[in-house]
Unconditional design. Structure first.
Length: 180
């Protein structure tokens, strides 16, 4: 449960606002209120959005991790860059995903690795929220007295899901270029 101190955290409200924006843009894309099926060069705009979001997560996350270990004084700033950057990447990936599942039946995509990848990104967002905002002391990294004695379950899930993200994205790309 969130304490009143956490409810005053503007980063929590900013992150929740981005999640609500993601839901709105996803629904709007699915219902074709927003058109992202035009071409930019040889590819559809929705694909460009997904590639930008995925590349951001794939490259900036490990760089951010290394920078936080090397520059302890900037951990708070780097953590916010990680959180907000990945949430904006999540918006781009969500727009692409809901554009794909909103296609007419005769053009419906094969969901396999794309669905798996989207579920992995959802788990990353959820576990990131739990960890960053200490939503559950039993699951979060910085909980109360009881949490310090418990293993860091949420952090393990978050890190494990990042590994799954890299494995699934490689598989998704290889499937997309028809090497699998």
């Amino acid at each position: 449960m969130l304490s009143s101190n956490r409810l005053r955290d503007m980063n929590l409200w900013g992150a929740l606002g981005i999640v609500l924006l993601t839901v709105y843009l996803s629904v709007a894309t699915y219902l074709h209120w927003i058109q992202v099926t035009f071409r930019v060069g040889p590819y559809f705009f929705a694909h460009w959005l997904a590639w930008i979001g995925t590349l951001y997560i794939a490259f900036v996350t490990p760089v951010n991790y290394i920078m936080r270990r090397r520059n302890i004084k900037r951990v708070k700033v780097l953590r916010n860059i990680h959180m907000y950057g990945n949430l904006f990447a999540f918006i781009l990936i969500s727009i692409h995903f809901f554009q794909q599942v909103g296609r007419p039946p005769q053009f419906y995509p094969e969901l396999g690795t794309g669905l798996t990848l989207y579920l992995v990104v959802l788990v990353l967002v959820a576990t990131g929220f739990v960890q960053r905002f200490q939503i559950s002391p039993r699951l979060g990294k910085y909980g109360g007295e009881t949490a310090s004695a418990l293993p860091h379950y949420n952090r393990s899930i978050h890190v494990g899901t990042i590994i799954a993200f890299y494995l699934v994205i490689i598989t998704h790309i290889l499937h997309g270029i028809r090497l699998l």
